[in-house]
Design a protein around this ligand. Structure first.
Ligand code: SF4
Length: 425
């Protein structure tokens, strides 16, 4: 049950710290997957028309009779009357909640405009919570592009939920991170087969799930962008189980190993439970990774998944990482990943987009993982790209998705090769 740390791992290598302009979506983007996950929640973005457009265009493909997100738009003129804006917001929430009895959790989500930043959303959330308790819990967090990159919206949302959770003394495991339901069910099934039964999930699908927290709670992150949530859980006395992330066969086994150790699962039982899905995952990765071997990859900082994915691509798919950029490197979170990642790639934290583009152009990687805004220009320059945002929307965790994860990276290379063939004919 051991995940061998490489003696040549990257935990102590120098990191290039970049503090320039960055090209990343804002934290509002998280609402697109969070509103599907938390089924009785409503996300009310307090923002501008830009914010409303972002949500509508990014999430507009989904059809709901009763949508579970909306935007309370503040106009420039509202600057003059902040007190009125505060009251108006609370009136809007009262109207929404009286019309929508299905809402059990309401998130007031802050954004960038200065008039929004000046509004005290935490006070509004407190007042509204007191008014609508116990039926509705009102919380707030910021999805502002000034304060958050796109996956940090989920981190801020989950961190906001933690202080409101009831206290428990139960010895339990919490899985932390919003996974697609089918993937979450697979993870719970594996843990149950290992004999770990008292398992809860944050975020829970419903407000009345019974999720509670206390000093006998241990938790494992399923996403590497949840540093704020980790700190909030520790403040409530829960203990983090550090582990690599469940990407690929090796990552999933290492993640399960860390959890199994915590709960005293014996090695023979662990092997018996994991042998078949491990073998399936290894086969699927080997097949999907054909075409990735010996190819180079360059990561722009975007989702905070970059370090675990670089580990997966280099160790399981045979790729060579040139640069691994991440918006933030939380060592408490990605330390075990850095131990596994072989030295060689330049690690970078933060972004100075023009300088990084220059490095990427010089290196001419076979595959560049980046945000939507950079992908098109780089494709036009002849570089194959993978949109980082797809990695958050697609089920990629745990054994059964390992082959699909490798496939996400091999597809752009195959597409480019096919285009070249067509052009040559
Ligand atoms: S929160 Fe800021 S970055 Fe995001 S859509 Fe609104 S204005 Fe734009």
């Amino acid at each position: 049950m051991s995940a061998p740390a490489s003696a040549t791992g990257c935990r102590d290598v120098p990191v290039l710290a970049e503090r320039g302009q960055h090209e990343v979506f804002c934290g509002l983007t998280g609402i697109i997957w969070l509103h599907r996950k938390i089924q009785d929640a409503f996300f009310l973005v307090v923002g501008s028309r830009t914010c409303a457009h972002l949500l509508q265009s990014a999430a507009g493909v989904m059809i709901f009779a009763e949508p579970r997100f909306g935007t309370a738009i503040l106009e420039e003129t509202d600057l003059a009357g902040l007190a009125d804006a505060q009251e108006e917001l609370e009136r809007e929430v009262d109207r929404l909640l009286s019309r929508r009895p299905d809402i059990r959790q309401l998130f007031l989500v802050g954004s960038c405009p200065s008039e929004v930043i000046k509004l005290d959303l935490s006070r509004a959330a407190e007042r509204l919570s007191a008014r609508h308790a116990p039926k509705v819990r009102v919380l707030n967090y910021s999805g502002s592009g000034i304060e958050t990159t796109f996956t940090e919206g989920e981190d801020a949302c989950l961190a906001a939920m933690v202080p409101a959770l009831p206290e428990t003394d139960r010895r339990q495991l919490i899985l932390v991170g919003a996974l697609p339901d089918v993937v979450e069910d697979q993870a719970l099934d594996l843990l149950s087969k290992l004999g770990i039964e008292d398992v809860a999930v944050l975020p829970a699908r419903h407000a009345d799930s019974g999720l509670a927290i206390g000093p006998n709670t241990v938790f494992a992150l399923t996403q590497p962008f949840l540093g704020g949530t980790l700190a909030a859980l520790e403040r409530r006395g829960a203990r983090h189980i550090p582990a690599p992330f469940p990407f690929g066969e090796e990552g999933t086994t290492a993640w399960l190993t860390a959890v199994a150790r915590e709960f005293g699962v014996d090695q023979a039982h662990f092997d018996a439970v994991t042998a078949a899905p491990r073998a399936r995952a290894a086969r699927a990765v080997a097949q999907a990774a054909e075409g990735l071997r010996d190819r180079s990859v360059f990561f722009f900082p975007d989702s905070q998944l970059e370090i675990p994915l670089a580990r997966f691509l280099t160790r399981e798919c045979g790729m060579r990482a040139i640069e691994v950029g991440a918006p933030y490197i939380h060592r408490a979170v990605v330390g075990p990943e850095l131990d596994l990642l072989d030295r060689g790639p330049q690690l970078a934290e933060g972004q100075d987009v023009e300088r990084q583009l220059d490095r990427c152009r010089d290196a001419r990687p076979d595959l560049t993982v980046c945000g939507l805004g950079l992908a098109n220009p780089l494709e036009a320059e002849g570089l194959a790209t993978k949109w980082a945002i797809e990695l958050v929307f697609t089920p990629v965790h745990f054994y059964e998705q390992a082959g699909d994860l490798a496939g996400l990276f091999s597809r752009p290379l195959r597409r480019r090769a096919a285009l070249r063939l067509e052009a040559a004919e």
